[in-house]
Design a protein around this ligand. Structure first.
Ligand SMILES: Cc1ncc(COP(=O)(O)O)c(C=O)c1O
Length: 423
């Protein structure tokens, strides 16, 4: 059986019991099921293979901000994925995992000089440009390096797409992309720059796009714009239509991949461009859990708290976005239930994973998982409260491996120094 599954009242990742992982690796730790990542990749791949001709298949560039562990990247690279990166660090991870530079696209509103240089040096597929000053900077660096930078311009379509206002990126008021008017200006400027090759447009309206028809509305903005740009003589050879595919945390409406692929076939395909997609959360979100031990069961007059050894520094999404994550017991899953608030040890009321959840009766030392934690989980973890970063484990069928060791206190403390004048 694939992914996370119940066997006689105990939770497994593929064929490995989470009890075994907790015993051998300790808690808190992230556990990822390779089978789930593979099946998400192949579901999207098959949907586009069905809807689009063989010679017009999109370049799927996994948005590795969602989960950038090098083993996870290697798995996706081995499946044929490309990569979307937002920093030099992610570029380095991608290259280390074996991604061909021609399959890497660089996005983000604040590309730094060193990052631009590293991307040009590597020979990435394209920069998705978000402002005119960024265009000038990339042109200047490429000219100095004797390179020609392949670029597309990110359209801000003025559409609200994200599942929470903090992850909606396509509204006029958001910092992302260029208005249609500015896109024309960008192409005109780029035409005069010998170190820039402007190749097309990109679009990303947000993350966890619940109202899935919004994708269609956003795509529908492209044909007219592409037509007008071409009429002005600009070559539009590439369209990067972004990520944002939703996953289920609770009871969200999932994107029907076949409908999505059909919108691409109906709206984008006729424009005759290369097509790029940037799915992040979709690939890894449901493939991961945060495995944790119950430190205490704390009864108050008002409620019963499960105090876990995982905290907001390990998984910030509930604190940051009020995100809903399922919580389940790992063992004795058939026991009579009680209602709990599930919290971490950090000194903030915001360090609450979930409230008023029914779980089987839990004791100190029992294990619990916070579900759907494979995306924007570990990669957003911090050392808040001087808590070491958790370990990460990848399960594949019967085997598992620690793909990131738990951080030690030495790792944390060795970076800090006391100036002489305080000694
Ligand atoms: C430009 C861009 N592409 C792709 C993504 C991935 O989004 P998601 O994880 O929702 O697919 C993001 C997320 O922030 C992004 O900013």
């Amino acid at each position: 059986m694939n992914g996370f599954n119940d066997r006689d009242g105990t939770l497994y990742a593929d064929n490995v019991s989470l009890e075994t992982i907790a015993k051998e690796v300790g808690t808190p730790c992230y556990v990822y099921a390779a089978s789930e990542i593979r099946s998400q990749y192949s579901a999207l791949r098959s949907a586009v293979e069905k809807a689009l001709p063989a010679d017009r298949q999109p370049l799927l560039c996994y948005a590795c901000k969602a989960n950038s562990n090098i083993a996870v990247l290697k798995l996706l690279q081995s499946l044929g994925s490309g990569l979307e990166i937002v920093s030099e660090g992610e570029l380095r991870r991608g290259l280390k995992a074996g991604f061909a530079p021609e399959k890497i696209v660089s996005t983000g509103v604040g590309k730094q000089r060193s990052e631009i240089e590293a991307c040009l040096e590597a020979g990435i597929h394209q920069f998705n440009i978000e402002s005119l000053p960024e265009l000038e900077r990339i042109a200047e660096i490429a000219a100095r390096m004797g390179k020609i930078a392949p670029v597309v311009f990110r359209l801000n379509p003025d559409i609200s797409g994200g599942g929470h206002h903090k992850i909606s990126t396509g509204r006029k008021r958001d910092k992302f992309g260029l208005s249609a008017e500015r896109i024309f200006e960008a192409f005109r400027i780029a035409e005069k720059l010998n170190s820039i090759k402007a190749l097309g447009l990109s679009l990303h309206i947000g993350s966890q796009v619940f109202t899935v028809e919004t994708f269609k509305t956003a795509f529908e903005k492209l044909p007219a714009l592409v037509g007008e740009l071409r009429a002005e003589g600009f070559a539009i050879e590439r369209l990067d239509i972004g990520g944002g595919f939703p996953i289920i945390y609770k009871d969200e409406k999932l994107l029907d991949l076949d409908s999505y692929a059909q919108w691409v076939a109906d709206i984008i395909l006729p424009l005759g461009t290369e097509i790029i997609m940037e799915p992040g959360r979709y690939m890894v979100g449901n493939a991961g859990v945060l495995l944790s031990e119950v430190l205490y069961v704390k009864e108050t007059q008002d409620r019963t708290f499960l105090v876990l050894d995982a905290a907001m520094n390990d998984l910030i999404r509930p604190t940051l976005y009020d995100a809903w994550h399922g919580v389940e017991a790992v063992s004795n899953r058939g026991a009579p239930v009680r209602t709990y608030d599930i919290v971490g040890p950090v000194c903030e009321t915001g360090d609450t994973f979930a409230t008023e959840r029914t779980l089987p009766d839990m004791q100190s030392g029992d294990l619990a998982v916070i579900k759907s934690a494979g995306a924007y989980g570990f990669c957003m973890a911090s050392n808040y409260n001087t808590r070491p970063l958790p370990a990460e484990v990848l399960v594949d069928g019967d085997r598992f491996a620690v793909i990131r060791k738990r951080q030690s206190y030495e790792d944390i403390l060795e970076k800090e120094t006391i100036p002489d004048w305080l000694e």
